[in-house]
Design a protein around this ligand. Structure first.
Ligand code: GLV
Ligand code: MN
Ligand code: MN
Length: 425
């Protein structure tokens, strides 16, 4: 990387670790759960409260706040040369149901802290600096995940996203986004932006950094993510008089399919596969279950490997369904191909960590992120910090405050270096 006019002020600049912690703690109170987690799904009242706080914080900085048609929030701090591509950093403020205090949140509030620190130091960057909060990364209440960044990158149609139903099937995403006042009018379209580089600071959400005791991870990309929906139909009946032979028990058929998902993932290797959601009807202790809906999530570094696994699972599902006298229907709900990050930006993350004396590791992301979408249309990279005990998507999700600060300092350095770089090469 060409460092442009790198100087001692930039070299010594650090974020305010206490202020970053304070912001994360304020966020943790919005949608706080009993066990120290957060439940703040996109387009809910909690999401609105958090967005309002972010907007207030951004209003205190020298930046323009732009909200697009998907509710993605962009804070733009003008650079010296507005013709140059911008540097972008952010993640998401929505959580799982329930989720933790750091997933996504560190990426948005870490980027905010970077902007605050650059402001405090009175530094004029060469390029615009954009802090972004992507809408509905989790898909916890309105599936799929990465909705805001997906529409922005052109992988999801906006109207289709607006029509997604909540998990209770009572309302649709577009209506709720408008209700909370965050359906903006700026086009949700990456084509309206000139982005030189995009970064996402995030907790690892897995055990690698924690196990090998490294402080920063630089993923080279994100595994592919395939989501399938499966619907089974059997026959309901009174459990007492109905003999065991000849039943069409949809839940029993499901239990074999659940084993199949696990078995195929083990047999094929280099992948993970999970049944995470199941709905059983009528879900009564004295009625034979007649309908089951379940999800399959498959992830691998190799897209065709994941696809082969799904084909194998589906074939076995059909055999089980036939034997159990159940009808089966399955469909692909969502598919994100493996994302490969920009090699030079990945190097810059590693190099920045090294220069700050922070131990680091080149790795791969097993979790999906907004960067899966962003990196399809812009040069992107991520900065990982360790998840204590490798736990995430749970209330107990935790990351040491020092690690949060290290991650934000690496992000700061990447932003400073990228925005002072005079030209693309
Ligand atoms: C995103 O949160 C994922 O499911 O990896
Ligand atoms: Mn996340
Ligand atoms: Mn998540």
């Amino acid at each position: 990387m060409d460092d442009g006019h790198w100087n001692a002020q930039l070299d010594n600049l650090r974020i305010d670790a206490a202020r970053l912690r304070e912001s994360i703690e304020v966020s943790a109170d919005i949608g706080a759960t009993e066990n120290n987690g957060v439940q703040r799904c996109a387009a809910t009242d909690e999401d609105k409260r958090m967005r309002d706080v972010l907007a207030k914080w951004l209003g205190e900085l020298e930046c323009e706040l732009r909200i697009d048609e998907m509710g993605n929030m962009f804070a733009i701090r003008p650079g010296r040369n507005r013709k140059l591509g911008a540097v972008m950093a952010g993640s998401h403020l929505d959580t799982q149901r329930p989720g933790g205090r750091f997933d996504g949140i560190l990426g948005v509030l870490g980027a905010l802290e970077v902007m605050r620190s650059i402001n405090d130091a009175g530094i004029e960057l060469e390029r615009d600096f954009v802090v972004v909060n992507w809408t509905n990364e989790e898909g916890g209440w309105f599936a799929p995940a990465c909705m805001g960044s997906g529409v922005w990158a052109g992988s999801i149609a906006k109207e289709w996203a607006y029509e997604r139903k909540d998990r209770d099937g009572k309302t649709v995403f577009g209506r709720e986004l408008a209700r909370i006042g965050y359906m903006g009018d700026f086009p949700c379209d990456h084509g309206k932006w000139n982005i030189e580089a995009a970064y996402e600071l995030h907790i690892e959400q897995g055990p690698i950094l924690w196990k090998v005791k490294k402080q920063i991870g630089a993923p080279e990309g994100i595994v592919c993510l395939h989501w399938y929906d499966v619907y089974l139909e059997g026959t309901a009946n009174q459990v007492g008089p109905t003999p065991m032979e000849g039943r069409n028990d949809a839940l029993l058929a499901f239990s074999e399919m659940c084993q199949t998902v696990n078995k195929v993932a083990h047999q094929m290797g280099d992948m993970v596969a999970t049944v995470g959601e199941i709905q059983n009807y009528p879900n009564s202790r004295n009625i034979i279950p007649c309908r089951v809906y379940f999800t399959v999530d498959i992830r691998s570094w190799n897209d065709s490997h994941a696809l082969r696994a799904w084909r194998l699972m589906r074939r076995e599902f059909e055999i089980v369904a036939e034997r159990r006298g159940c009808r089966i229907r399955s469909e692909e709900f969502w598919k994100v191909k493996r994302a490969s990050f920009d090699k030079r930006l990945v190097e810059l993350v590693l190099e920045s960590a090294e220069e700050l004396g922070i131990s680091n590791l080149r790795m791969v992301s097993g979790a999906g992120h907004d960067m899966s979408e962003i990196s399809k249309v812009a040069r992107g990279a991520m900065i990982f910090v360790p998840s204590i005990d490798g736990r995430s998507h749970v209330e107990a999700e935790n990351t040491a405050w020092d690690d949060c600060a290290r991650g934000a300092n690496v992000l700061l350095r990447c932003i400073l270096k990228t925005s002072r770089q005079k030209s693309r090469s």
